[in-house]
Design a binder for this molecule. Structure first.
Ligand SMILES: [Zn+2]
Length: 308
């Protein structure tokens, strides 16, 4: 596994994970879901390091999800631990996150204790070490080129996302986030917790389209009228239904329709809305209006809502 091994540590989660993905590619489709335990126990050989991870084990924690720490009896070794009570998908993501700390940050600290909030928080990859470790995990478990092939071959539906989540051994939510990151279609993912918008993310093409969510200036951010998200009699809609785009986005031209999917989680009071949007010119561009920042972006900037 050593040919091409880097001499210095990678600086971002994405780059480091892409490098490992490249090494694993010759193993073909059988490499999924990625065996993170094995990777963790052999990572020191890939990086020619003398401080191996020597133990990967489950722990009975309530307050944290994962930990990477020096072996108390031998400071040359690392131990990787994860919350035993978590689902196998969550365990895999946590282990990959801790492996990210080993690859990227082991010079900085001797112990990393990581909580659940980091799993879905914004992962620009530059902001902090938690975001970098998340990005590493996401890219390692769901490599972009592989995911792209899956979603280019047909229509994106929640059924497809669910199949892919099983294939990669990740949670449905983690898979949704990755699909939206990678797709070349304008797509927006919205999280509702207890009927209130918690966060949203959008694909790059959706960002370029500068769509503004139909959000009131001071919240509360409840599902917009006449959308699937607002229809309490529909709990699941995996294929999606056509909805006028301006029900969601105030600057969408009249007559444009988007496809709205809905997933209601049984375990949590959480609803995910996935919107696949046609490529149209937003009204501000068409009418020569000056582009203004997105209303919801401003909510996020002002710190009212956690960013994804
Ligand atoms: Zn962490």
């Amino acid at each position: 596994m050593t040919p091409g091994a880097p001499k210095s540590p990678d600086t971002t989660g994405a780059r480091a994970a892409n490098k490992i993905s490249h090494w694993l590619e010759p193993l073909g489709e059988g490499r999924f879901p990625i065996d993170v335990d094995h990777l963790a126990l052999t990572a020191h050989t890939m990086y020619r390091r003398d401080d191996p991870i020597t133990r990967v084990h489950g722990a009975d924690w309530k307050d944290i999800d994962g930990c990477l720490a020096r072996n108390p009896a031998n400071s040359k070794e690392w131990w990787l631990s994860y919350k035993k009570a978590a689902s196998p998908e969550r365990q895999r993501f946590t282990k990959a996150h801790e492996l990210g700390h080993y690859v990227l940050h082991s010079q900085l600290q001797t112990e990393f204790r990581c909580g659940s909030a980091v799993i879905v928080e914004k992962d620009t990859g530059e902001e902090n070490i938690e975001a970098q470790a998340n990005q590493f995990a996401s890219y390692l478990l769901m490599p972009a080129n592989h995911v792209r092939q899956e979603i280019e071959s047909g229509e994106i539906t929640f059924d497809l996302v669910s199949e892919m989540a099983k294939f990669y051994g990740v949670s449905f939510e983690a898979m949704c986030i990755r699909v939206v990151e990678i797709t070349d279609q304008p797509a927006v993912l919205v999280y509702w917790d207890n009927g209130m918008m918690r966060r949203w993310s959008r694909s790059r093409p959706a960002r370029l389209q500068r769509l503004r969510l139909e959000a009131p200036p001071n919240g509360p951010l409840e599902p917009f009228p006449d959308t699937l998200a607002a229809n309490s009699s529909v709990r699941q809609c995996a294929e999606g239904a056509l909805v006028p785009a301006n029900r969601w986005f105030k600057n969408a031209p009249p007559g444009e329709m988007l496809r709205e999917m809905k997933h209601t989680s049984d375990a949590l009071e959480r609803v995910l809305s996935l919107l696949i949007i046609p490529k149209f010119e937003p009204r501000w561009a068409r009418d020569g209006e000056e582009s203004v920042s997105d209303t919801f972006d401003r909510f996020i900037e002002s710190g009212q809502y956690p960013t994804r």
